[in-house]
Design a binder for this molecule. Structure first.
Ligand SMILES: Nc1ncnc2c1ncn2[C@@H]1O[C@H](COP(=O)(O)OP(=O)(O)O)[C@@H](O)[C@H]1O
Ligand SMILES: [Mg+2]
Length: 371
């Protein structure tokens, strides 16, 4: 996938911006706070319809403006014109000027991988952030996943409402509640299986990549479903979840909340059996995230049969040269890469000579050097 032009209107600190991007390496440089990350965020948002760093769309629209627009022209395998119109309450998505209704189809087409400082939250943050990450990855890999997850979340909401009612009044009809629970269990099976499949796939690639960039062996991801499962067969998942629900109804009513299921899963990042969250240094955690993203490149190249666009947000500043080179080695020279940095000296000289340079200052392009 390649993005040729990007246009922003009233997005973050940009009143109006148009950038022509190089098919290979692009380097966006400028001081802190000038709007470098905002550009990468807009590309990410254009593809995945949500920002990698905020869930409120208010902050995406330029202060004192009512609406924002992001447009991007893709070329090669996917020659589409993408457009998102944002207001404080609404998001409209268009491909080639036609409004897209089925957003899962749209997201599934996209192939973009971002490396950013927010990624560290994946390790240090709450299970919710890890689930959000894996859910988005799976949405990019399977349209079905998105719709099953959506159904699941709707059912979960209704079930939780029911639990609240049961908490107030034990005379509520339990038949419908049990049917809801059955539906929820059925949707869970697919979600559990897909999450497990992705983790298995990543684990095959992760360890050697992590070893190469950090020198440390044994990196792996452990998937922790909210019920203990010895395997991911349909029958096992069904039985274990049903048991958990049957044995804990009183507790669920007391807490007015569904206590088991994919919305309670977690993923652990480990070196052998030690959790990086608890034992890893900041450097090791950062390397782990980079290894994860590099593995993602492999998974996506294999699955989508096209190269992803790679967005590298200020990742070079605190890596030594060996680590920088190891990172770059994994990014094919024919992939489109968009790098941001405050300091061009951090960038490998070879990369610098072949890159398009874009200097951003105060929401505008100051200098553009075409290669
Ligand atoms: N909604 C908004 N309206 C106007 N300016 C914004 C908005 N959101 C963020 N900004 C500005 O964008 C700048 C940060 O941009 P960012 O891309 O994170 O900078 P950096 O170049 O350091 O990556 C800050 O100056 C911030 O005030
Ligand atoms: Mg930044």
């Amino acid at each position: 996938m390649i993005i040729k032009t990007l246009e922003l209107q009233n997005f973050r600190n940009y009143k109006s911006l148009k950038i022509d991007l190089n098919k290979k390496t692009n380097i966006i440089y400028g001081k802190n706070g000038e709007g470098k990350t905002n550009i990468l965020e807009s590309i990410y948002l254009l593809c995945f319809l949500s920002s990698h760093r905020t869930i409120s769309s208010d902050s995406l629209i330029k202060t004192n403006e009512e609406k924002a627009k992001i447009k991007g022209k893709l070329i090669k395998e996917m020659p589409y014109n993408l457009e998102i119109d944002l207001t404080k309450t609404k998001k409209e998505v268009k491909i080639d000027d036609k409004v897209v209704n089925k957003l899962s189809d749209y997201i599934e087409k996209m192939n973009v991988i971002i490396f950013s400082s927010e990624d560290l939250n994946l390790i240090k943050g709450s299970p919710k952030e890890r689930r959000r990450y894996f859910d988005l990855e799976l949405t990019k890999l399977s349209i079905n996943y998105y719709s099953v997850l959506n159904d699941y979340n709707k059912l979960l909401k209704i079930r939780n409402e029911y639990l609240k009612e049961l908490n107030q009044n034990m005379n509520v009809d339990l038949n419908y509640f049990h049917i809801l629970t059955d539906y929820l269990v059925n949707k869970s099976i697919f979600i559990y299986q897909m999450r497990n499949k992705l983790v298995e796939k990543l684990n095959k690639i992760l360890n050697p990549i992590y070893k190469e960039i950090s020198g440390i062996k044994g990196f792996n991801i452990k998937y922790l479903p909210s019920v203990e499962l010895e395997n991911f067969d349909k029958e096992t998942i069904k039985e274990k979840l049903e048991d958990a629900f049957n044995n804990n109804l009183e507790k669920e009513i007391r807490l007015k909340s569904t206590l088991y299921g994919p919305h309670r899963d977690d993923f652990l990042f480990n070196i052998e059996d030690n959790s990086l969250k608890d034992f890893g240094s900041q450097g090791q955690q950062k390397m782990a995230v980079i290894a994860l993203k590099l593995s993602e490149i492999e998974v996506f190249k294999d699955f989508k049969k096209t190269n992803p666009i790679i967005l590298l947000d200020d990742v070079f500043s605190d890596l030594d040269n060996t680590k920088k080179n190891n990172l770059l080695k994994h990014i094919d020279s024919d992939m489109q890469v968009i790098i941001t940095t405050t300091d061009l000296d951090c960038i490998d000289k070879k990369l610098l000579t072949k890159a398009k340079l874009i200097h951003i200052k105060n929401g505008q392009i100051e200098i553009e050097v075409e290669k």
